[in-house]
Design a protein around this ligand. Sequence first.
Ligand SMILES: [Cu+2]
Length: 630
Amino acid sequence: MPEGPDTNERAVSLLKRAPDLRAIDTAAAIAPKALEALGPQKDFAPNAPFSLFVPAHQELAVQEAANLMEIANKDGLDAVLQHAEMLADTTSTELAQWALMIFITHHPEGQKLPIPSLEERIPESVKPSSPTPAAPAALEALGASGSEAALDWYREDAQTNAHHERWHVVYPWAGVPNPANPSQRTLKDRQGELFMYMHEQMLARYDCERLCAGLSAPTARLDNFNDPIPEGYKPLLRGYDNREPNADFADSGAPVPELPTWLSNLFGDSGKKNATLKKPNGTTVAANADLLGDSIEANIGSVNDSRYGNAHNMGHVLIAFIPDPNSQDQFGGVMRDPRVAIRDPIFYRWHRQIDEINYQWQEKQDPQNFADAPKVTIRDAVSGTAGDGASPDIAVVQASKVTGDPQQFADTSFGGAKWDTVAADSAIATKTLKTTMKQRTIGGSTVQYLDHEDYFYFIRVNNDTNAELTVTLRIFLVPVEWADQRRQWIELDKFQQKLKAGRNVVARSSKLSVVAKKPATRPGDPVPPREPGADPNYCDCGWPYTLLLPRGTRAGKDFRLLVVATDWSIDKVEVEGKCGSMSFCGKKNVPYPDKRPMGYPFDRHWPAAIAKTILAQKNMAARDIKIQWT
Ligand SMILES: [Cu+2]
């Protein structure tokens, strides 16, 4: 069948349909065999509106994505859209939208169709819970209850929610149908490990904002299902119920009595030296970051569905269906939907509990030994005794001050005769990075968002060999008071760097960060042309550039920048990603572009205190800097 000229418009108009919130009759919608395969989870939340965390719904969405692939392979995109529209009309708009987005993201034909950004598609889903800047008294009770309300601006950020939604489309936990043979499912490379790492970084960043906002931090684990949940959240979004403060798990309309057992099996089996995970047939397999992540989420790579259950996903639904006494509809709270789940403070508490399983496993591994460090020196002091966070070789310069070619600027400003000076003390460098809150309008609502000035890192690295050397430079940030807590370090960037023998000054723009969605843009910027061949829908997965830095405080908060050089011939970090977030989303259809464990070197405990180790290791150095909210 020839493709109509309007397939793009039809896809966009389907993806823009407002959620219809129809309950999904899974028994009718799903093939009996697939339903049986879900085991005891098949009856979970039987009459709920579509939720990507409900096993039968996720299964249905991926099955329908596979159907769309079959149809595309035989009959082309017109027929694909016809099926998706029929699905939306007869079953559920949200189901059809997720299936279509998974199809578009993972099928070569689908790539021709656009997925507009979340705020273009469903502007109502990024509406803030409280109008800004000053909320009328009657609305002050919306958003999070109590002190958590201070972070509504962060949790409700439109682009961060869009990132989280897109991540779960790129990495569906029921697997990705193989476009050439859609009845087959595969997991993406290191999917379980990335699930853990991406969410762990979201936690580290959230904790940082909590600290800056004066809240108790880090976020406490949600590990007690007997006591009420102190945090409430009122999203003020159509189709999502409120949760009052001090709501009880016991009231949930989707009880998961097995959850404590799944968690204790996960903690118990993984939290020891030489840990193994138990397979259904009684044999064991050595635990590793990927299998553990697979089993925790759980995705189709789980080692044992019945022993480890579906802890992370079912926790989402358990919490989501704690009823709202004032709602007649009982649609469930935001926790049922990755499009809006991170708005709720409970998201972070639940993920802290999930992350703790991985953290405890990591703690039982041998410490890092850094024996494979490349022969380079980033100094801790020009001479004499070094203090923490005082490296002379790391400086930050506002982008507006970097004139001409950045490499030439680097050599002139920090190389040559200036090599033995403290780079951060130079008149051109800044000791404070500034952030600011901005406003814009989405679908008639005023939303706030954080932004920061563009900047460059300048890093002096001495190549101690007499030949060219290729290293990976990894840059991290932490509030100074947490410098010895490895999981609080935030990844800012990592990149391949060729070093000539002897002295090198490296220049790196903040806009190239591998964490940020690339190309790095701000809201309202014109969309830059795509690289030829780049898949725009895959490229849309990534952390918002404007949230690369934490907000800091009005007075200026002390942070520590860390630069670690590793041997590129071992890690083979991708040369230059021009699309999406290499670190949070990987690369399309190729292995994850860094062979080291995700989060390296903070994926294990260190041989000694972190600050002390930085001083002892020649391949790493740290520099303190303030971040000020202006
Ligand atoms: Cu998630």
